[in-house]
Design a protein around this ligand. Structure first.
Ligand SMILES: [Zn+2]
Length: 229
């Protein structure tokens, strides 16, 4: 196997979205539940808060991802339209422009010109999209798909601490939720690191740090409110 096959950049897009969604679901729901539990609430209150957090978070993930990927798609579309018009208007200028790009990347002027010419004969718009705008077909944005996958990964993540809140004894709720959630986070971080080809320990430590911080803060806020109110 050549080293080339070990590259993993093409997996980064969906992996980033999936891990972010699940991570968000675990951290925000666990923190929410811990915050409410720290204020000495009933199991019903705790579960209600967790459910509300799951729905709100899932929807917010979907909306956020949809809007962000849509605007990315709009920008790409507008850029491509502009490029197309410009190719129609002045093909010579565009050929020189592409040749200049290859020259800056290190090709000799004549070779750069020849490469630009041949690539444009093959597919002028694709060549300009890729090498001038950085838009490749595989990277083309899909808003609805992104929204659905983020929301479902969030829901999946959120349901983990929620399930623990359902089963765990009320008096040790905070300990059960935080330890279970940290375990989920560590597994998720290691999984993501493995798929991404990075160090599993580093991946776990990274998510554990932020997860623990979030839960600690919300436990503190919940304790404070529980005492004050
Ligand atoms: Zn161009």
């Amino acid at each position: 196997m050549s080293r080339h096959e070990l590259h993993r950049m093409h997996r980064i897009g969906w992996l980033r979205a999936a891990v972010l969604g699940a991570n968000d679901g675990i951290v925000s729901t666990a923190s929410l539940i811990i915050g409410v539990a720290a204020a000495h609430s009933t199991r019903f209150d705790i579960l209600l808060a967790g459910m509300a957090g799951l729905v709100a978070g899932g929807m917010s993930m979907a909306a956020g991802e949809y809007v962000s990927v849509s605007s990315q798609a709009d920008i790409e579309k507008a850029d491509l339209a502009l490029e197309k018009a410009s190719l129609n208007d002045d093909i010579e200028f565009e050929e020189k422009e592409l040749a200049d790009i290859y020259r800056h990347r290190g090709l000799e002027p004549e070779l750069a010109h020849e490469v630009a010419k041949q690539l444009m004969e093959h597919d002028a718009l694709a060549a300009h999209a890729r090498d001038e705008l950085g838009i490749t077909d595989t990277g083309r944005a899909r808003p609805l798909q992104a929204a659905m996958s983020s929301a479902s990964m969030f829901t999946l993540g959120a349901s983990l601490p929620l399930l623990v809140a359902w089963w765990a004894p009320l008096d040790t709720m905070i300990v059960s939720i935080s330890s279970a959630s940290l375990l989920f986070l560590a597994v998720l971080g290691m999984l993501a690191a493995r798929v991404g080809g990075a160090s599993m320990k580093k991946g776990a430590v990274r998510v554990l740090f932020w997860g623990a911080l979030a839960m600690l803060l919300s436990a503190a806020v919940g304790k404070l409110f529980g005492v004050v109110v």
